[in-house]
Write a protein that binds this ligand. Structure first.
Ligand code: NAD
Ligand code: UGA
Length: 460
């Protein structure tokens, strides 16, 4: 069997690498219009940092896994075509700042329709609004009436940093399709049979297409909602003397609530939570359900407030001014074990501190200087002052250099190495009083205070 994936990003690359690795009998092609990205997938330094990914790619690449820019060739030769292109929030026109921008998905559908010479199964891997499969179907069948197309929804649930584990041993795989007709059933079965090569059948769920599309948005909304919920409680903890980690532990012991996704933080980031909730909010408004839209929108608002609250706390504690002070920023990726900075809370917090004329010395073990600079480059109308503040942004090569001469330490990503730093040494190199702000609650507060830090965490 030959399959391909259009879009060689954080999802397309790892997902297809895992299929190729687990299914040596299937030829897997991953194609993208971005030739630099494809070159990186073919090099020793993959474009995505993900624990365990190099190993999987090395085992399959050149055997039955191929990365190329030959989009048309891959479409032509494949029986199953996964579409894993980006679906960012629209920044223009109708639905701006809410709806998903579907132009890349539509471009793929049109390309498939033009190139296909025989029947194809088209699989939505990208996260999409409910009923997108219908639009794709109309484009495919409207442009190319010679061949039959089956459209399946197969959303991806991997989390960055643990993608390989999630792909190898997923909680479930979800496949949505039309099982009312024989061709639809056959298409679903074909996709099921790929995953069944390494995943137990009872974890491969099949539903109707719309349930599958909506389940993806709903899963992300529920996960993000838990974070906003615990973060809202962190503010109550700070006001009352309760400790949010203790509260999270106590409620997480209730088997109906469970312990996961209750880590209070500086706010959630990543390319999807905000985008997917806004997508859901837009859909609810579109279908005349404003109460539901407002309910979910509050999850994003709470997250924005949490980020703002954190940067404001820093300014207030540092005697109401951070102008010309050096702040050491530890962590820039949106979570540990990834080099991804999309929607990282670090971006908003650094921007807010730059607005206050702070000098930042930023260290992240995996994010490059170019990525950091790009993340903080001015956004029109939002942060014009950062343009002339470029000299205020230093990128440090290690955490000790970042902290040298700083007024405060600010932890924004929960990298394991930050827990193990020599905080005595760091303290000695800092200005007095030396402040520490732990936006991830990973540091031992009493140890920091013993060393001499004036130390703050979330929800304590
Ligand atoms: P990404 O931006 O990393 O990758 C998308 C790739 O698609 C890019 O390399 C781009 O060049 C390519 N592309 C766009 N249009 C194309 C076209 N017409 N032809 C060929 N290539 C094209 O995005 P991602 O993070 O991999 O996300 C992809 C989708 O998966 C999104 O819908 C996202 O919501 C969803 N998703 C992402 C994650 C995640 O952890 N990142 C997890 C689950 C689901
Ligand atoms: C999330 C979901 O977990 C995946 O299931 C989904 O496939 C993916 O979005 C997607 O659709 O893109 P991801 O964003 O990669 O995965 O990472 P998460 O582990 O969910 O973390 C998201 C953000 O929430 C991070 O900034 C993280 O630091 C933060 N977080 C997470 C908390 O602040 N507290 C927690 O308890 C958990």
């Amino acid at each position: 069997m030959k399959i391909c994936c259009v879009g060689a990003g954080y999802v397309g690359g790892p997902t297809m690498a895992m299929i190729a690795y687990k299914c040596p009998g299937i030829e897997v092609r991953v194609v993208d219009v971005d030739s630099d990205r494809i070159a990186a997938w073919n090099s020793e330094t993959l474009p995505v940092f993900e624990p365990g990914l190099d190993d999987v790619v090395l085992k399959a690449r050149g055997r039955n896994l191929f990365f190329s820019t030959d989009v048309d060739g891959a479409i032509r030769d494949s029986e199953i075509i996964f579409v894993s292109v980006n679906t960012p929030t629209k920044t223009y026109g109708m639905g701006a700042n809410r709806a998903a921008d579907l132009r890349f998905v539509e471009a793929c559908a049109r390309r498939i329709a033009e190139v296909a010479q025989d029947p194809k199964i088209v699989v939505e891997k990208s996260t999409l609004p409910v009923r997108t499969a219908e639009s794709i179907s109309r484009i495919l069948h409207g442009t190319n009436s010679r061949n039959g197309f089956q459209i399946l929804s197969n959303p991806e649930f991997l989390a960055e940093g643990t993608a390989i584990k999630n792909l190898e041993d997923p909680d479930r795989v979800l496949i949505g399709g039309e099982s009312s007709d024989a061709e639809g059933k056959e298409a679903v079965e074909k996709l099921v049979s790929i995953y069944a090569q390494w995943i137990p059948r009872d974890r491969i769920l099949t539903t109707n297409t719309w349930s599958s599309e909506l389940s993806k948005l709903t899963a992300n909304a529920f996960l993000a909602q838990r974070i906003s919920s615990i973060n809202s409680i962190s503010a109550v903890c700070e006001a009352t003397g309760a400790d949010v980690d203790e509260v999270a532990y106590a409620i997480g012991k209730d088997s109906r609530i469970g312990p996961k996704f209750l880590q209070a933080s500086v706010g959630f980031g990543g390319s999807c939570f905000k985008k997917d909730i806004l997508n859901l909010v837009y859909l609810c408004d579109y279908f005349g359900l404003p109460e539901v839209a407002q309910y979910w929108e509050q999850v994003v608002r709470m997250n924005d407030w949490q980020k703002r609250r954190f940067s404001e706390r820093i300014v207030k504690v540092l005697f109401n001014t951070v102008a010309d002070k050096k702040l050491a920023i530890l962590g820039f990726s949106f979570k540990k074990d990834t080099n991804d900075t999309r929607e990282s809370p670090a971006i908003d917090i650094c921007r807010a501190l730059l607005e206050e004329k702070a000098g930042l010395s930023i260290y992240d073990p995996r994010v490059t200087k170019e990525q950091i600079k790009a993340g903080l480059s001015p956004v029109k109308g939002v942060s014009e002052s950062t343009a002339q503040d470029d000299h205020r942004i230093q990128v440090a090569s290690d955490p000790y250099q970042a902290a040298d001469g700083a007024h405060a330490l600010v932890v924004l990503t929960e990298w394991d190495e930050f827990v193990r730093l020599d905080y005595d040494r760091i303290y000695q190199s800092m200005k007095r009083p030396a402040f520490a702000f732990d936006g991830r609650n990973i540091l031992n507060q009493s140890e920091l205070r013993q060393i001499g830090f004036e130390s703050y965490a979330i929800g304590r």
